[in-house]
Ligand binder design. Structure first.
Ligand SMILES: Nc1ncnc2c1ncn2[C@@H]1O[C@H](COP(=O)(O)OP(=O)(O)OP(=O)(O)O)[C@@H](O)[C@H]1O
Length: 418
């Protein structure tokens, strides 16, 4: 409290000093450079009193409103230290700078340099200090801002909400809700991607949601090929432009065909001098790639994985893309060479540090965008790492009930299969 009062006094003195200096300058001009005397001061005293009172009221309201944030660097010892020639260290305490109401973002500054790691490590304490202790739905993003600032953004992501048809958009894929609302990825920015998460994390739900967006954009997609060796879920679609494969030999044939298509497109591009194929997309979705790895036919597997590597490496320019789903992404489930050639990633709940490290990356980067551990993610919560920019976005996907899924498939059939 004493610290708050000290900061308040310093702040008021600073503002009053500016006011006095400003008023004196104006008086000096008005009075044509007359020397300041008691008579003049008496004449203008009410301006000083009114100005000082307004400042006092405004600053008091500001300090009352933001006292938690103003005190935060002090309460959590968020400071930087510099040692001078006499080896005496000088402390620079971080300072609350401003609040942006539109984005619910709080900015902190340090004159020397700001230490983001300290904020990341104090996340739970910050939440506690700000009075959000029991509201675990409050999410938290900590980003470096300018050179010496930190931006703390507080936002809410719903844990469960229902799918609705307005989430379909032309030339875009809906990936879930982010801190800014519905997140749509332009189809042109889609890259070959891996999606991983443990059983029950909401992978199938997400996969179907993605398929809705892809099917909705059929004008730009030549064919959607579904591969699933362990289930029949994807066989339900039965649309004119979808295929379903559940035998390894057929998978091999399909990928061979996709590779040939890709190379044909490259020849066409070379001829025309295009850098990006001008025609429609071919997108292949593989559910639970681990089932391919467990197959006994070594040669077939090798051929399949080699084709996946080649498509992953070169597919984007020719608009031949792979979307691969897996519970685990260690080398027994998906060969490292296949994984490293899938540029984008979606990470759902998992307790495997290997899954986290090899899909999204450093723990610190995850801590920047969420205060929930990946192992504690609710169903449908995911981090999307953009295949082009590597930007990481925290998303929540809506729940797709069986009835919704059935009615969407029916709806798509009604206009695609007619
Ligand atoms: N976005 C979501 N919001 C709310 N509940 C969800 C969401 N996604 C999935 N669920 C619930 O979680 C259950 C499991 O989801 P889903 O089948 O998609 O998980 P999964 O990761 O594919 O699991 P598995 O690998 O075992 O198939 C679903 O029955 C559903 O009730």
């Amino acid at each position: 409290m004493l610290h708050l009062f000290k900061l308040f006094s310093q702040d008021i003195i600073k503002f009053w000093a500016v006011l006095i200096w400003g008023l004196f300058s104006i008086i000096y001009i008005i009075e044509n450079g007359a020397v300041l005397n008691a008579e003049l001061i008496e004449k203008y005293q009410y301006y000083f009193i009114i100005g000082a009172s307004i400042i006092l009221i405004e600053r008091t309201i500001y300090f009352l409103k933001y006292h938690r944030f103003i005190l935060l660097p002090y309460s959590l010892s968020l400071y930087n230290r510099v040692a001078d020639e006499q080896k005496e260290s000088k402390i620079f305490l971080d300072k609350f700078k401003k609040y942006d109401k539109k984005t619910n973002t709080y900015y902190f500054k340090n004159r020397l340099a700001i230490d983001k790691k300290m904020y990341l490590d104090s996340k739970d304490k910050i939440i506690h200090l700000l009075g959000y202790e029991d509201k675990n739905e409050v999410e938290f993003e900590i980003k470096a801002h300018n050179k010496k600032e930190i931006a703390i953004r507080l936002f809410k992501l719903p844990k469960k909400f229902n799918w609705h048809i307005e989430l379909l958009k032309d030339k875009h894929l809906y990936l879930g809700h982010s801190k800014n609302g519905a997140y749509f990825l332009p189809l042109t920015d889609l890259t070959s991607s891996i999606c991983c998460g443990e059983s029950g994390a909401g992978k199938s739900n997400f996969l179907n949601m993605l398929i809705f967006s892809l099917v909705h954009n059929f004008n730009y997609i030549d064919k959607l090929d579904f591969i699933d060796l362990k289930g029949v879920e994807l066989s339900r679609y039965k649309l004119n432009n979808t295929t379903f494969t559940d035998k390894l030999e057929q998978v091999d044939k399909l990928l061979e065909e996709l590779k040939n298509e890709m190379n044909k497109r490259f020849s066409e591009m070379k001829e025309k001098g295009d850098l990006i194929y001008s025609g429609k997309y071919r997108i292949c979705l593989i559910d639970e790639i681990g089932t391919i790895s467990t197959h006994y036919d070594k040669k077939l597997k090798e051929n399949i994985f080699n084709n996946l590597i080649e498509i992953g490496q070169k597919g984007r320019a020719s608009k031949v893309l792979l979307l691969v789903f897996s519970q685990k992404i260690d080398s027994t489930n998906i060969p490292t060479n296949v994984l490293t050639n899938l540029q984008g990633s979606f990470l759902l709940r998992t307790s495997s540090q290997f899954n986290i490290n090899n899909s999204i990356g450093l723990q610190e980067e995850i801590e920047e965008i969420t205060r929930t551990r990946v192992a504690d993610f609710p169903k449908g919560r995911l981090i999307y790492k953009d295949g082009l920019t590597s930007e990481k976005i925290l998303l929540q996907t809506p729940y797709l009930s069986q009835e919704i899924q059935n009615s969407m498939i029916k709806y798509f059939r009604s206009w695609i299969n007619k």
